[in-house]
Design a protein around this ligand. Structure first.
Ligand code: AMP
Ligand code: MG
Length: 388
């Protein structure tokens, strides 16, 4: 049995060779850059107007208007002192422009432009290269592309982005009692809900599973199922059958498939019988079957590995320290991850903490951590991990 910290360190310390692929810009949201990205040209590419107004030759009170230049125009003016052109936001400023004046600060009489105030050298001009110089680093390798990032890459004219490949993930749920939602239940059976929850959690964090299969509690079937899944996956996530019951065959089936155990059992509640193993460059998590345990373990542990395999630092969920809305005492000798809800910067510990109960987790947005035998008083800070 390992402590939570040790388990996370073991996950973080896995070294893996990451492959890259090229995706189109529009498909690059949340993807991770596989290489440093440098600007191919200055940004902006030319001096341009920050305002709708007039480009001014020299700095004085009155000018003769000699023409107009709109955004996208390629006609070139050369301004002499005392000359001005009508200009619009984003238009290339003519050669010889000393400043741009916004139209609200001007009066026009035929072709005479009169300013209400004297302009300052360079005002309202966005200078070539003021945001980025050609060759300058735009984003470092491992940058995770945001919406603004897509905007930035687009403004550099890029439509193909080299990113780190996402891991190929497969799910296996085990249990004789499990029936797919929508089918009818016989006595003693329950609905299989973990695969749906884990697939959704994967999706919400930008991953997906390529297959999800369901296997009975039969050693040979589980062994074969794992062997087949390992042929086609980089991360295999199992649910159920990893505890110490007579029908818990997953651990032995993993061993017989040559998977090396990296840890088994974590001192925590829920999710004690959590298993993590590796075979070459493939990783295996076996999550406890109880629905709230399996999903909590996904968020706290599996997500770390997936982030690492995707080239991210692997920090897991966002950690927040916020005041708790009422007293909470952990009387047990294991640290707990509690279903919780953050609202108005206050952490409420939800009812129905049982590891089989997924409903309370569904109503919350966080997991709160309390150490063994720790009491947290109302208003004191509690460590919380934001799920969504
Ligand atoms: P296990 O880890 O296989 O011992 O299962 C622990 C508990 O979780 C049992 O009550 C199972 O019926 C339940 N369980 C296991 N797998 C699932 C699943 N995929 N969906 C819903 N409940 C499950
Ligand atoms: Mg089972």
């Amino acid at each position: 049995m390992v402590e939570i910290k040790e388990a996370l360190e073991i996950i973080r310390s896995q070294h893996v060779q990451l492959d890259s692929e090229v995706v189109s810009l529009k498909d690059s949201l949340n993807r991770v850059l596989a290489e440093d990205l440098k600007a191919g040209f200055d940004l902006p590419g030319f001096d341009n107007s920050a305002m709708d107004g007039y480009a001014l030759g020299g700095l004085q009170q009155e000018y003769k208007i000699i023409g107009e230049v709109a955004a996208g125009d390629s006609k070139e003016f050369i301004l002499k002192s005392g000359e001005a052109v009508r200009i619009f936001t984003g238009a290339k400023v003519p050669e010889g422009t000393s400043a741009v004046i916004m139209q609200e600060k001007t009066k026009v009489k035929q072709d005479l432009l009169i300013l209400e105030e004297l302009p300052k050298e360079g005002q309202c001009i966005r200078k070539k290269g003021e945001e980025l110089k050609e060759g300058e680093l735009v984003f470092s390798k491992s940058y995770q592309i945001t919406a603004a990032g897509i905007g930035m890459l687009g403004s550099l004219g890029l439509n193909q982005i080299k990113v780190i490949k996402k891991p190929i993930i497969q799910l296996i749920t085990t249990g004789n009692e499990l029936v797919a939602p929508g089918e009818s239940l016989q006595v003693g059976q329950i609905y299989e809900s973990n695969s749906g929850a884990i697939e959704a959690a994967l999706k919400s964090k930008g991953f997906s599973s390529s297959a999800s299969i369901q296997i009975k509690d039969d050693f040979e079937l589980i062994k074969t199922g794992i062997s087949e899944a390992l042929k086609k996956s980089e991360v295999l996530i199992l649910s159920g059958g990893i505890s110490v019951g007579d029908y818990d065959f997953v651990k032995q089936a993993l061993e017989e498939n040559g998977v090396e155990e990296l840890f088994y059992k974590v001192k925590q509640k829920p999710g004690k019988p959590l298993y993590f193993g590796r075979k070459g460059n493939q990783f295996v998590f076996a999550l406890p079957g109880n629905p709230a345990s399996s999903l909590s373990c996904f968020y706290i542990y599996v997500l770390h590995l997936l982030q690492k395999l995707s080239g991210l630092p692997g920090k897991g969920l966002l950690e927040l320290n916020l005041p708790i809305s009422s007293d909470f005492e952990n009387r047990g000798d294991r640290p707990v991850f509690l279903k919780a809800n953050i609202d108005n910067n206050l952490v409420e510990i939800l009812n129905a903490q049982g590891s089989s109960m997924i409903g309370s987790m569904a109503k919350g947005n966080a997991l709160a951590y309390v150490a063994a035998f720790e009491k947290i008083e109302k208003g004191s800070l509690i460590k919380t991990f934001l799920i969504s």
